[in-house]
Design a protein around this ligand. Structure first.
Ligand SMILES: [Zn+2]
Length: 275
């Protein structure tokens, strides 16, 4: 088969099925072993032992969502008490929200340090996030559910090894279509961020989908309200020249409430905010 004759849309769809968030809202399900599971409504549920897999076992699993940084990343459940501080959105934001950690820039020009190892909180279905964003994330999901939506996290923290796997799968995919090694690599890196350059490696980004119901109801709600919880739509429409990534209505990045408010109100990107 001559690769030049393969319709672009077919390749795109196939590529999307292969991998990570930079391509598609559904792509994350490929990297999520249990897409039906959700962020817990009750924080207490997070600490149940049956939802806490042994990390060393996961390292041998084929799951893309395992944490292979088990030597450096610790998993901890957030205590129930912590959520009470965010019962009302007008309450003062956590004091460390706007310190450097929440504003770290991750893109192709700004890779994470090699030894970056956030402390992770485990959600259900083998999803992990930086423990510092957990209370606001939980509050946002609780409020969405109260309003009748059923949001679902389909991709979250990703280790360097998992990011490399995504790239390798893309390369294999294009090799399978007859690309030369060089062309396959070039195409793979057009679709996936190099290791260290995906925001998912920070533990501060989540891809949100719908477990039930209308997906765009969730996207619209997030676009209007996520800033109140410290999250921003990271890759808006018409900002691709700045972010380097096409519009992703499902990808939300925690930056802290103060920064999120300003970024939302000014209609800017994280890159522009940090300039
Ligand atoms: Zn994403």
């Amino acid at each position: 088969m001559n690769i030049k004759n393969v319709p672009l849309f077919f390749l795109t769809i196939a590529a999307v099925l292969l991998s990570g968030c930079e391509s598609s809202p559904t792509a994350g399900s490929e990297t999520s072993p249990k897409p039906e599971a959700t962020l817990q409504t009750s924080l207490q549920d997070l600490s149940t032992s049956d939802s806490k897999p042994n990390l060393s076992e996961q390292n041998d699993a084929t799951s893309h969502q395992t944490s292979e940084n088990s030597d450096t990343a610790s998993i901890s459940a957030t205590s129930l008490n912590e959520s009470s501080a965010s019962d009302t959105l007008t309450a003062s934001a956590p004091s460390d929200n706007d310190s450097g950690w929440a504003l770290i820039l991750v893109n192709r020009d700004s890779p994470l340090p090699q030894d970056y190892a956030p402390k992770l909180t485990e959600l259900r279905n083998f999803q992990y996030v930086d423990e510092r964003i957990y209370p606001d994330l939980q509050k946002m999901f609780d409020d969405m559910r109260e309003q009748g939506m059923e949001p679902l996290i389909i991709s979250s923290y990703r280790s360097r090894e998992e990011q490399q796997e995504i790239i390798d799968e893309k390369i294999d995919f294009y090799l399978g279509f007859g690309y030369t090694s060089e062309d396959a690599q070039a195409q793979a890196y057009r679709e996936a961020a190099p290791v260290g350059c995906s925001e998912h490696e920070s533990g501060l980004a989540v891809d949100i989908n719908a477990e039930e119901g209308d997906l765009w109801t969730i996207y619209d709600w997030l676009a209007r309200n996520a800033w109140e919880y410290g999250f921003i739509l990271r890759y808006p429409e018409d900002k691709e020249d700045i972010t380097g990534i096409t519009y992703e209505p499902w990808h939300y990045r925690y930056v802290g409430r103060k920064a999120a408010k300003e970024i939302y109100e000014r209609g800017i990107t994280l890159e522009e905010y940090l300039e």
